[in-house]
Design a protein around this ligand. Structure first.
Ligand code: FES
Length: 302
Protein backbone atom coordinates (compact mmCIF):
# COMPACT_ATOMS: atom_id res chain seq x y z
CA UNK A 1 0.00 0.00 0.00
CA UNK A 2 1.29 3.44 -0.87
CA UNK A 3 2.52 5.55 1.99
CA UNK A 4 0.01 8.36 2.45
CA UNK A 5 2.22 11.03 3.97
CA UNK A 6 5.84 11.92 4.60
CA UNK A 7 7.33 10.44 7.71
CA UNK A 8 8.13 13.18 10.26
CA UNK A 9 11.49 11.62 11.02
CA UNK A 10 14.06 14.33 11.72
CA UNK A 11 16.53 14.87 8.95
CA UNK A 12 20.05 13.65 9.58
CA UNK A 13 22.51 16.14 10.99
CA UNK A 14 25.10 17.56 8.64
CA UNK A 15 27.73 16.93 11.27
CA UNK A 16 28.89 20.55 11.03
CA UNK A 17 27.04 21.78 14.10
CA UNK A 18 23.46 23.02 14.38
CA UNK A 19 23.10 26.74 13.56
CA UNK A 20 20.65 27.25 16.43
CA UNK A 21 20.29 31.04 16.18
CA UNK A 22 19.84 30.93 12.41
CA UNK A 23 17.21 28.20 12.77
CA UNK A 24 15.40 30.30 15.37
CA UNK A 25 15.44 33.39 13.15
CA UNK A 26 14.13 31.36 10.22
CA UNK A 27 11.25 30.20 12.41
CA UNK A 28 12.11 26.51 12.26
CA UNK A 29 11.08 25.77 15.89
CA UNK A 30 7.77 27.60 15.26
CA UNK A 31 7.36 25.98 11.82
CA UNK A 32 6.51 29.45 10.50
CA UNK A 33 8.84 32.10 9.06
CA UNK A 34 9.46 34.98 11.49
CA UNK A 35 10.03 37.92 9.12
CA UNK A 36 6.50 37.98 7.62
CA UNK A 37 5.04 37.79 11.14
CA UNK A 38 7.00 40.84 12.30
CA UNK A 39 6.61 43.16 9.31
CA UNK A 40 3.02 43.98 10.27
CA UNK A 41 4.28 45.97 13.24
CA UNK A 42 6.48 48.57 11.46
CA UNK A 43 3.89 48.91 8.69
CA UNK A 44 1.09 49.40 11.23
CA UNK A 45 2.98 51.94 13.36
CA UNK A 46 4.29 53.96 10.40
CA UNK A 47 0.87 54.12 8.73
CA UNK A 48 -0.64 55.14 12.07
CA UNK A 49 1.94 57.92 12.34
CA UNK A 50 0.99 59.18 8.88
CA UNK A 51 -2.73 59.03 9.67
CA UNK A 52 -2.18 61.06 12.85
CA UNK A 53 -0.30 63.66 10.77
CA UNK A 54 -3.26 63.89 8.39
CA UNK A 55 -5.75 64.18 11.23
CA UNK A 56 -3.61 66.92 12.79
CA UNK A 57 -3.87 68.89 9.55
CA UNK A 58 -7.67 68.63 9.55
CA UNK A 59 -8.09 69.18 13.31
CA UNK A 60 -5.12 71.34 14.35
CA UNK A 61 -6.71 72.12 17.72
CA UNK A 62 -6.84 68.52 18.92
CA UNK A 63 -3.93 68.06 21.34
CA UNK A 64 -1.55 65.11 21.28
CA UNK A 65 -1.87 64.17 17.62
CA UNK A 66 1.70 65.15 16.66
CA UNK A 67 3.07 63.60 19.84
CA UNK A 68 1.19 60.40 19.02
CA UNK A 69 2.56 60.49 15.49
CA UNK A 70 6.10 60.90 16.86
CA UNK A 71 5.85 57.91 19.20
CA UNK A 72 4.14 55.74 16.57
CA UNK A 73 7.06 56.55 14.26
CA UNK A 74 9.57 55.68 16.98
CA UNK A 75 7.88 52.33 17.57
CA UNK A 76 7.73 51.77 13.81
CA UNK A 77 11.48 52.24 13.46
CA UNK A 78 12.22 49.93 16.39
CA UNK A 79 9.86 47.28 14.96
CA UNK A 80 11.45 47.67 11.49
CA UNK A 81 14.92 47.07 12.92
CA UNK A 82 13.67 43.97 14.76
CA UNK A 83 11.94 42.63 11.64
CA UNK A 84 15.11 43.24 9.62
CA UNK A 85 17.08 40.63 11.59
CA UNK A 86 15.13 37.53 10.43
CA UNK A 87 14.69 39.26 7.06
CA UNK A 88 18.45 39.36 6.54
CA UNK A 89 18.72 35.70 7.54
CA UNK A 90 16.01 34.80 5.00
CA UNK A 91 17.84 36.89 2.39
CA UNK A 92 21.10 35.03 3.02
CA UNK A 93 19.30 31.75 2.28
CA UNK A 94 18.19 32.72 -1.24
CA UNK A 95 20.18 30.90 -3.89
CA UNK A 96 22.62 33.29 -5.56
CA UNK A 97 21.30 32.51 -9.05
CA UNK A 98 17.63 32.60 -8.03
CA UNK A 99 15.72 35.26 -10.03
CA UNK A 100 14.13 36.37 -6.75
CA UNK A 101 17.52 37.43 -5.35
CA UNK A 102 17.44 40.68 -7.34
CA UNK A 103 13.92 41.48 -6.12
CA UNK A 104 14.97 40.65 -2.55
CA UNK A 105 17.98 42.98 -2.83
CA UNK A 106 15.71 45.83 -3.97
CA UNK A 107 13.27 45.05 -1.16
CA UNK A 108 16.12 45.21 1.37
CA UNK A 109 17.58 48.47 -0.02
CA UNK A 110 14.15 50.12 -0.02
CA UNK A 111 13.59 49.06 3.58
CA UNK A 112 16.95 50.50 4.62
CA UNK A 113 16.02 53.76 2.87
CA UNK A 114 12.67 53.81 4.68
CA UNK A 115 14.37 53.36 8.06
CA UNK A 116 16.89 56.12 7.24
CA UNK A 117 14.16 58.53 6.11
CA UNK A 118 12.06 57.89 9.20
CA UNK A 119 15.16 58.23 11.39
CA UNK A 120 15.80 61.72 9.94
CA UNK A 121 12.10 62.53 10.23
CA UNK A 122 12.10 61.52 13.89
CA UNK A 123 15.18 63.60 14.60
CA UNK A 124 13.59 66.71 12.99
CA UNK A 125 10.34 66.18 14.91
CA UNK A 126 12.08 65.64 18.24
CA UNK A 127 12.96 69.34 18.44
CA UNK A 128 9.40 70.47 17.56
CA UNK A 129 7.30 68.15 19.71
CA UNK A 130 5.35 70.95 21.30
CA UNK A 131 4.55 72.70 18.00
CA UNK A 132 0.79 72.91 17.39
CA UNK A 133 1.16 72.23 13.68
CA UNK A 134 3.29 69.89 11.64
CA UNK A 135 5.87 71.63 9.45
CA UNK A 136 6.35 70.89 5.78
CA UNK A 137 9.64 68.93 5.81
CA UNK A 138 8.68 66.16 8.26
CA UNK A 139 5.31 65.80 6.57
CA UNK A 140 6.98 65.45 3.17
CA UNK A 141 9.40 62.90 4.59
CA UNK A 142 6.43 60.91 5.92
CA UNK A 143 4.80 60.93 2.47
CA UNK A 144 8.06 59.72 0.87
CA UNK A 145 8.49 57.10 3.62
CA UNK A 146 4.97 55.73 3.16
CA UNK A 147 5.45 55.67 -0.62
CA UNK A 148 8.71 53.71 -0.39
CA UNK A 149 7.24 51.41 2.25
CA UNK A 150 4.34 50.59 -0.08
CA UNK A 151 6.67 49.77 -2.97
CA UNK A 152 8.82 47.66 -0.68
CA UNK A 153 5.73 45.84 0.63
CA UNK A 154 4.69 45.12 -2.95
CA UNK A 155 8.15 43.65 -3.66
CA UNK A 156 7.88 41.56 -0.47
CA UNK A 157 4.58 40.17 -1.76
CA UNK A 158 6.15 39.38 -5.12
CA UNK A 159 8.96 37.53 -3.39
CA UNK A 160 6.48 35.23 -1.71
CA UNK A 161 3.73 34.87 -4.30
CA UNK A 162 5.73 35.01 -7.53
CA UNK A 163 9.11 33.65 -6.51
CA UNK A 164 8.20 31.37 -3.59
CA UNK A 165 11.00 32.92 -1.51
CA UNK A 166 11.01 31.72 2.09
CA UNK A 167 7.92 29.60 1.44
CA UNK A 168 8.36 26.38 3.37
CA UNK A 169 12.09 26.88 3.93
CA UNK A 170 11.60 26.99 7.68
CA UNK A 171 10.86 23.26 7.40
CA UNK A 172 14.33 22.48 6.13
CA UNK A 173 16.95 21.45 8.70
CA UNK A 174 20.05 21.39 6.50
CA UNK A 175 21.42 24.21 4.29
CA UNK A 176 19.78 24.75 0.92
CA UNK A 177 21.98 24.86 -2.21
CA UNK A 178 23.52 28.30 -2.67
CA UNK A 179 23.65 28.06 -6.46
CA UNK A 180 22.92 25.84 -9.43
CA UNK A 181 25.75 23.64 -10.68
CA UNK A 182 25.68 23.96 -14.46
CA UNK A 183 27.03 21.04 -16.48
CA UNK A 184 26.83 19.72 -19.99
CA UNK A 185 26.92 16.32 -21.64
CA UNK A 186 29.79 17.88 -23.61
CA UNK A 187 28.56 16.78 -27.00
CA UNK A 188 25.48 16.79 -29.18
CA UNK A 189 23.38 13.77 -28.28
CA UNK A 190 20.68 12.03 -30.26
CA UNK A 191 17.19 11.46 -28.88
CA UNK A 192 17.19 8.46 -26.59
CA UNK A 193 20.99 8.48 -26.17
CA UNK A 194 22.20 8.11 -22.60
CA UNK A 195 25.27 9.97 -21.33
CA UNK A 196 27.18 9.70 -18.08
CA UNK A 197 27.81 13.17 -16.60
CA UNK A 198 30.25 13.31 -13.66
CA UNK A 199 29.20 15.51 -10.72
CA UNK A 200 32.26 15.94 -8.47
CA UNK A 201 30.29 18.05 -5.95
CA UNK A 202 27.99 15.08 -5.26
CA UNK A 203 30.85 13.27 -3.55
CA UNK A 204 31.18 16.07 -0.99
CA UNK A 205 27.47 16.10 -0.19
CA UNK A 206 26.63 15.41 3.48
CA UNK A 207 23.74 13.25 4.63
CA UNK A 208 20.41 15.11 4.35
CA UNK A 209 21.90 17.69 1.97
CA UNK A 210 20.96 18.42 -1.63
CA UNK A 211 22.48 19.88 -4.78
CA UNK A 212 20.72 21.63 -7.63
CA UNK A 213 22.25 20.58 -10.95
CA UNK A 214 21.41 21.71 -14.47
CA UNK A 215 22.64 19.57 -17.36
CA UNK A 216 21.84 21.05 -20.76
CA UNK A 217 18.63 22.64 -19.40
CA UNK A 218 17.59 19.51 -17.52
CA UNK A 219 17.34 20.56 -13.86
CA UNK A 220 17.59 17.95 -11.15
CA UNK A 221 18.12 17.53 -7.43
CA UNK A 222 20.85 15.29 -6.06
CA UNK A 223 20.23 14.20 -2.46
CA UNK A 224 22.25 12.09 -0.07
CA UNK A 225 20.21 9.93 2.28
CA UNK A 226 21.71 7.22 4.49
CA UNK A 227 24.98 7.61 2.57
CA UNK A 228 23.33 6.89 -0.79
CA UNK A 229 22.94 9.44 -3.58
CA UNK A 230 19.63 9.89 -5.39
CA UNK A 231 18.78 12.07 -8.38
CA UNK A 232 15.32 13.26 -9.32
CA UNK A 233 13.71 16.14 -11.19
CA UNK A 234 14.05 19.51 -9.46
CA UNK A 235 10.57 20.86 -10.03
CA UNK A 236 7.60 19.43 -8.17
CA UNK A 237 4.89 18.02 -10.43
CA UNK A 238 2.24 20.02 -8.57
CA UNK A 239 3.23 23.64 -9.25
CA UNK A 240 6.96 23.44 -9.84
CA UNK A 241 8.18 24.00 -6.26
CA UNK A 242 12.00 23.65 -5.98
CA UNK A 243 12.61 20.22 -4.47
CA UNK A 244 16.32 20.88 -3.83
CA UNK A 245 15.00 23.29 -1.16
CA UNK A 246 12.50 20.80 0.21
CA UNK A 247 12.98 18.74 3.34
CA UNK A 248 13.97 15.11 3.49
CA UNK A 249 12.03 12.67 5.64
CA UNK A 250 13.40 9.16 5.43
CA UNK A 251 13.43 8.39 1.69
CA UNK A 252 10.86 11.08 0.95
CA UNK A 253 11.42 14.59 -0.28
CA UNK A 254 8.75 17.05 0.80
CA UNK A 255 8.05 19.99 -1.49
CA UNK A 256 8.60 23.30 0.34
CA UNK A 257 5.54 24.90 -1.25
CA UNK A 258 2.49 22.68 -0.58
CA UNK A 259 4.01 19.62 1.12
CA UNK A 260 3.68 17.02 -1.62
CA UNK A 261 5.97 14.08 -0.89
CA UNK A 262 7.80 11.84 -3.29
CA UNK A 263 9.87 8.71 -2.75
CA UNK A 264 13.32 9.70 -4.02
CA UNK A 265 14.13 6.08 -4.97
CA UNK A 266 11.19 5.65 -7.34
CA UNK A 267 9.80 9.17 -7.83
CA UNK A 268 6.36 7.96 -6.70
CA UNK A 269 4.00 10.46 -5.06
CA UNK A 270 3.54 9.46 -1.41
CA UNK A 271 1.47 12.48 -0.40
CA UNK A 272 -0.48 15.00 -2.48
CA UNK A 273 -1.53 17.49 -3.67
CA UNK A 274 0.83 16.31 -6.47
CA UNK A 275 -0.64 13.50 -8.52
CA UNK A 276 2.16 12.90 -11.03
CA UNK A 277 5.32 11.01 -10.09
CA UNK A 278 8.78 12.53 -10.43
CA UNK A 279 11.36 11.47 -12.97
CA UNK A 280 14.36 9.90 -11.33
CA UNK A 281 17.87 9.48 -12.69
CA UNK A 282 20.42 6.79 -12.09
CA UNK A 283 23.57 7.65 -10.16
CA UNK A 284 26.66 5.62 -10.99
CA UNK A 285 30.36 5.53 -10.28
CA UNK A 286 32.55 5.19 -13.35
CA UNK A 287 36.35 5.37 -13.40
CA UNK A 288 36.24 6.54 -9.79
CA UNK A 289 33.87 9.44 -10.63
CA UNK A 290 30.32 9.81 -9.34
CA UNK A 291 27.84 10.98 -11.94
CA UNK A 292 24.34 10.77 -13.28
CA UNK A 293 22.97 9.07 -16.38
CA UNK A 294 20.90 11.43 -18.51
CA UNK A 295 18.91 10.46 -21.53
CA UNK A 296 18.27 13.08 -24.19
CA UNK A 297 14.77 14.44 -24.62
CA UNK A 298 13.37 14.56 -21.14
CA UNK A 299 10.43 16.92 -21.19
CA UNK A 300 11.20 18.35 -17.78
CA UNK A 301 10.24 21.97 -17.16
CA UNK A 302 13.33 24.09 -16.57
S1 FES B 1 4.45 22.94 -5.84
FE1 FES B 1 5.01 21.20 -4.77
S2 FES B 1 3.31 20.68 -3.63
FE2 FES B 1 2.69 22.40 -4.75
Amino acid sequence: MAQTRCSRRRQPSTGIGEPVLKDLLEGKPLRHPIHPMLVHFPIGFLVLSFLLDLVSLVFPDVPGLLGGSFYAMLLGIIAALLAAVPGIVDYSEIRRDHPGKVVATRHMILNLMVVAIYGINLWIRSSALSDPKISLLPFLLSIIGIGLLSVSGYLGGRLVYDEGIAVGRHKRRTPTPQETIRLSTGHATKDGETTFVPIPEAEQLGNGETLRVEIDKLVMTIARIDNQLYAFQEFCTHRFGPLSEGSLHGFNVQCPWHNSCFDVRTGKVTNGPAKVDLKTFKIEKRDGKVGVLVTKDHDQKT
